[in-house]
Design a protein around this ligand. Structure first.
Ligand code: PLP
Length: 281
């Protein structure tokens, strides 16, 4: 039986009842995190906790329980007997349940806090062969730095990419490449690593941050500048970065080969460095 967390309690997953008045349900008025459990430790829990605090702060929610989440996550891993496995923990905080009204509940209500874990392995085939992607206009809002549960544009674009036989969608805003539907995107040209700078147009990924630290400590030149769609034919390599997939090479964008259409050397090095870092912890 799967055990999940709901407002201070550990309950059988199917017994959790969320109010129809919950603002997460009514307005997508909430934020979330996804953290990787590597069969013995959480990857950069501090980074995830800090980002969640920021999302809560930026959305004007009030909740001082974020620091308890490491313990909640560990307890869920224990209850679900996932200690030795690779798993993902999903944590969501909404503004709580209140009669439907656009304005914040006044007085404020307790936020809703929900978390579950699921076994989640690595897509080693995608790591090895790379994936194909679609390029689509980024129709999302301009606060993509907040890890909001309001993901309809991401969901629609991702589904369209899947329907077209691809595995992810890469977004651009008027020709400026931002990120993907649930990952950050990196390019390689002449041995330098390019990625969109931190801004309101991308989520500041925890994997992205760790890749940049790894690249810096291995003397890889980093250019935090956006790549444009016009520049794509001149890029030698591309890869995606996120918590669930680590580093996934991109071999095609909109049917066109990236570089020579094979997984490149820099991508392989970053994958190796990342694996070594995970192995060390
Ligand atoms: N960008 C978006 C839009 C995402 O949804 C995600 C992860 O879900 C990422 C980037 C990568 O973030 P992280 O490395 O923290 O998983």
């Amino acid at each position: 039986m799967d055990i999940s967390y709901f407002n201070g309690q550990y309950l059988p997953h199917d017994d959790i009842k969320i109010s129809p008045d919950d603002r997460g349900f009514l307005f997508a008025d909430g934020v979330y995190e996804v953290v990787r459990w590597y069969g013995g430790f959480f990857f950069d829990m501090e980074g995830h906790i800090n980002r969640l605090k920021r999302s809560i702060n930026e959305t004007g929610m009030i909740w001082d329980g974020v620091d308890q989440l490491t313990e909640v996550a560990e307890t869920l891993i224990h209850h679900n007997e996932l200690g030795d496995c690779c798993a993902l923990i999903y944590i969501e905080v909404t503004r709580g349940a209140a009669k439907r009204k656009h304005s914040f509940p006044d007085p404020a209500v307790e936020p809703t806090v929900y978390a579950f874990v699921s076994r989640f392995g690595m897509d080693t085939l995608a790591w090895e062969r790379g994936i194909t992607t679609s390029l689509m206009p980024d129709i999302r809002w301009s606060r993509c730095d907040i890890k909001s549960i309001s993901l309809l544009p991401n969901v629609l674009a991702y589904q369209q990419a899947l329907d077209n036989g691809n595995k992810e969608v890469i977004f651009h805003r008027d020709g400026i490449i931002t990120e993907a539907s649930h990952s950050n995107v990196f390019f390689v040209r002449d041995g330098s690593l390019y990625t969109h700078p931190e801004s309101n147009y991308i989520l500041s990924g925890i994997t992205r941050k760790n890749i940049l630290e790894l690249a810096a400590s291995n003397n890889i030149n980093i250019v935090e500048e956006a790549v444009t769609t016009d520049m794509l034919p001149y890029m030698h390599e591309a890869f995606l970065a996120n918590t669930s997939g680590e580093i996934t090479p991109v071999v095609k964008i909109n049917g066109n080969d990236v570089g020579d259409g094979n997984v490149g050397e820099m991508t392989r090095s970053i994958q190796r460095l990342f694996r070594e870092m995970v192995g060390k912890r």
